[in-house]
Design a protein around this ligand. Sequence first.
Ligand code: NAD
Length: 423
Amino acid sequence: MSGAHGKKIDPILGVETLLAPVGIPNVAATWVALSQETQPDQTLSWMLPGANSEYEIRGANLKIRQIPVDGYETVVVAEDSASQLHALIAIHDTTLGPALGGLRMWDYSSEEEALTDVLRLARGMTYKSACANTGLGGGKAVIIGDRETDLTEERFRAMGRFIETLEGRYITAEDVGIGIRELEWLREETSYVTGLSRSSGSSGNPSPFTARGVIRGLFACAEERFGTSHLDRLRYSVQGLGQVGGDVVRCLSMLGATVTVADINDERCEEYAALPGVEVVPQDEIYSVDCDVFMPCALGGVLNDDTIPLLKAQVVAGCANNQLLRSEHADALYSRGILYAPDFIINAGGIINVSVEVREQGYNERTAVRKIENIYDGLREVFETSRRENLTPAEAADRVAEFRLEQARNRNGHHVADGAPNS
Ligand code: NAD
């Protein structure tokens, strides 16, 4: 097995090798200390890696297994019988800083399905943060559970203890199914939580910052494809009127643009239909709207074999994560002459906001906003790389991220966290 730095990881000393880069010299001692903290049943036992190279540590009720995965620094699974917690954390790469990524709760049908998701999401966070220059690495956490029935304090406090065992190599935040209340529960057990309420000194809900970044990104797209920075002269179709999509639509409406929207929630549709320039269509008609920019702001996987042929827009630029169903759908857009703003570049406003919170200087909104403005430059760089190297924008974005990671590794793995003063 090899880690993100390309090192061979010893099957017995594997964990130690993984933790060493962030200054945890002796993993056995670390885990013993942690287990003592999580008493009281004193059943600490080590199962050194067996044939399948998994680790198992028991302390109190929290049972943690390590799963070696090629290309990932650490992947751990926790099960807690008392709270019924079953969760996974994947740390993809900490070359650029501690791994930050949201915690998701989803009703996965199996641990394998959850593992596939957490690995994909953690890697995506490394690329997103690298391109956005957040000074953070990439990671993600998922809880296997039903959002209707399993949002319990006990479960989230156990999750907090799980996060704490990684001693800050993974920092969590909100994601699908998780709100401020759940983050507050986590905070009872770990300090490695971001995106809490402003009143607690945290950076608050990231969504308005994501929306701001999307609007910034629209300028780059409009200039690249239409040679204009007059967003009001373009026609948009927006799928999803949630926290981010809703703000984006309000902003476009205020600018005087024509916006067609769809959402599965009828109340939201009614609310937005009242805004100037906004028209609602049934959800399955949103792809074929006659417009300039299609904005996926609801779900992942919406750019696929069925939907791409329907698009009349010349630009796709929205906040949804993982918009391309498969990587070849970037080629499908490219060959149809549709400019695609890679999702992890244009939707980075939220992570940028959170990254300002974890800096030593502490959170400062003006700093966050200033950095979010750079999404424009980030997209320009991607489009330029795409043109110059004859790559799709998605490939160009990966290229930019990999270049930054490589540069950092060449500096002997020194973190390049942003030390810019608050402004
Ligand atoms: P949200 O849950 O507030 O909004 C999603 C909206 O999409 C809801 O109004 C929902 O009714 C609607 N929707 C669901 N299925 C739909 C469908 N088939 N057709 C039309 N509408 C549908 O979520 P959000 O926070 O606004 O995030 C939206 C997307 O952006 C997600 O993919 C999320 O992962 C991504 N994202 C969000 C942030 C953030 O800061 N909130 C940051 C980065 C990426």
